[in-house]
Design a protein around this ligand. Sequence first.
Ligand SMILES: [Fe+2]
Length: 198
Amino acid sequence: MKLLKELFLEELADMYDAERRVVKALPKMAKAATCDKLKSALLAHLKETEGHVLKLEQVFASFDEKARGTTCKVTVGLLEEGDELAGDFKGSPAINAALISAAQKVEHHEMAAYGCLHEWAGLLGNEAAAVLLEEILGEEKAANETLIKLALASSNKEALGESDEKESEEVPGKSPDNLRRGMRPTGSSRARIGSLSR
Ligand SMILES: [Fe+2]
């Protein structure tokens, strides 16, 4: 009979696969972004995500299990949709809002999964695993918050088509603030978008 430990290990394998897919997708999402702050946020989360892969290997080891991944269909689907969205909005002022929405969907899935895994590790009496999973959960939540802040600060307004020119007309003589300036599309980053998924 399959019990909580088997459920935990199945979900852990799902997330091990998910994180490795996200490691491959994040550089492509960062390349597709035309907002410097969004690029930085995605690349910072790439470093954290590489750490998540290592932490998950430690969690497997804490259960005397070898790290293994099983195809995470949710992540495959979310990354495919994100890829499509990035292609659809390439060159549009809405590209950064589109990328943020795609990234937030990935984060929300991860937050749900790690919330369960953290709780289950505690119930299974594995404190070391619970601590590692809580650390990952905290970084996923923080990444999601960063994305929300970027959306609210600039990318949503940019997606509405509110240009810098319009802003400077409204406030004569006032130069755009740093965040707004950071959201300007940069020519070099409009390079062709590759596949975000595997
Ligand atoms: Fe994440």
